[in-house]
Design a binder for this molecule. Structure first.
Ligand code: APR
Ligand code: PHB
Length: 388
């Protein structure tokens, strides 16, 4: 098999890139080691920023998103037992975002690809990449017991945080990373949301977040110990801790829990996102702590620019296009990282439970929320760098 761009990974990054390259007439093939069902079931964060929604609309990929997504014009912040609504739309000059599960977006992208008669190769095991400088680049993999070989001019590593592309471009252990001394336990349940907008809460016992997927399904998270396991959090323990952190005036009656998962809090940014004919995009190049739900949005911004860079390279002969993409993507990743760490630091309790540190955090929140000029700190369009 031969193609122009071999795309490793069929998550949101790989699927979106395939669709956009297809439209430009650039031949490509996605190789995904999991099954289609596995990829579509994977539950992750679910918030799309203004720029992501605008781009998906412009690309004609937002039909179901516009029907089923839940618009978010502000957020609720709870601390010291009170709620403050932050009008993000007003603070950001009219920008709003949309709650829409990543699995729903993955389904939409898979369907859009199928509509143009294309499909990722699922179950492509043991993918091996050749040297980044080699031309053509040769990718080998196994499927249904047989060995396969794909020759391509370029490789797009869209294979997430644990795939082979990150390592190929940065070397083992390359890039900068940091892990925080706490995790999140997340629960998907058949519980109506406590508010139509997301609620973020600071409590000396830890952070809490109430998000949703529909009028009847909630996605809720609690800060917990760094190495806690899902089994440590029975439904009873989870809901009583949620109630304690949100306070008695937030009322809810917990419904059936359909999924429980642990989210480790860490950030990573690659040293480089391009080497020879191999480029990285999305989680392969950077991962952020989920506190600001930036991961999927950074991935969409990468792909928007990467597809344009392939167009400039292949149709206009701009040789530096991929290197320019990589530079810009790294800058954006650090901006996303800075915003995510700021939100994380502001809203999480010290794991030691140290009352001195916790009081400092509460006092910082008091002063932030008392000064309208500082509220733009919560705006998700943190630099404008990702605006279309
Ligand atoms: N071979 C083939 N495919 C692989 C390999 C491999 N060795 N390793 C990983 N993959 C696949 C995964 O199975 C997954 O489907 O690559 C895909 C990567 O998808 P994601 O991890 O979702 O990354 P990305 O598409 O960049 O999407 C970014 O994911 O983690 C979230 O917060 C992040 O929402 C953001 C989004
Ligand atoms: C989610 O809906 O899963 C979600 C929302 C906001 C976050 C993180 C996760 O900051």
């Amino acid at each position: 098999m031969r193609t122009t761009v071999g795309i490793i990974g069929g998550g949101p990054s790989g699927l979106l890139l395939s669709i956009l390259l297809d439209r430009l007439g650039i031949d490509n093939q996605v190789l995904e080691h999991r099954s289609r069902a596995h990829v579509q079931r994977r539950v992750r964060a679910g918030q799309l920023d203004h720029a992501s929604v605008a781009f998906l609309r412009q690309a004609g990929l937002a039909g179901r998103l516009d029907r089923l997504g839940l618009p978010q014009r502000g957020m609720n912040l709870r601390w010291r037992g009170q709620t403050r609504r932050i009008d993000l739309e007003a603070l950001s000059g009219g920008h709003s975002c949309m709650v829409y599960g990543q699995s729903a977006l993955t389904c939409d992208l898979t369907n859009a690809l199928a509509a143009s008669g294309r499909s990722p190769v699922y179950g492509a095991e043991d993918i091996r990449l050749s040297d980044p400088e080699s031309e053509p680049h040769v990718i080998t993999y196994r499927k249904d017991g047989a060995e396969h070989r794909l020759e391509c001019r370029f490789v797009a590593g869209c294979d997430g945080a644990h795939g082979p592309a990150r390592r190929l471009v940065n070397g083992a252990g390359g890039g900068s990373s940091k892990r925080l001394p706490f995790s999140w336990v997340g629960v998907l349940s058949e519980t109506p949301p406590v508010s139509p907008e997301l609620t973020y809460a600071y409590h000396p016992r830890g952070f809490a977040l109430w998000s949703m997927r529909s009028d009847t399904v909630s996605r809720t998270y609690l800060q917990c110990g760094a190495d806690d396991q899902a089994e440590d959090w029975s439904d009873d323990r989870f809901w009583s801790e949620m109630q304690r952190r949100l306070g008695p005036d937030v009322t809810f009656s917990p419904g059936k829990v359909t999924e429980r998962l642990m989210v480790r809090m860490q950030g990573y940014v690659a040293d480089r996102m391009q080497l020879g004919n191999v480029v990285l995009a999305g989680d392969a190049g950077h991962t952020v702590p989920p506190s600001a739900a930036k991961g999927l949005n950074l991935a969409i911004a990468d792909i928007r620019e990467l597809s344009e860079s392939f167009r400039r390279l292949l149709f206009e002969g701009r040789q530096e296009a991929l290197a320019e993409y990589a530079q810009k993507a790294l800058k954006r990743a650090w901006a996303g990282q800075a915003f995510s760490w700021q939100m994380t630091d502001l809203l999480h309790a010290p794991p030691s439970g140290d009352p001195f540190e916790s009081n400092l955090k509460l006092t910082r929140l008091d002063s932030l929320l008392a000064s309208p000029g500082q509220l733009s700190l919560f705006c998700r369009d943190y630099t404008g760098a990702e605006a279309a």
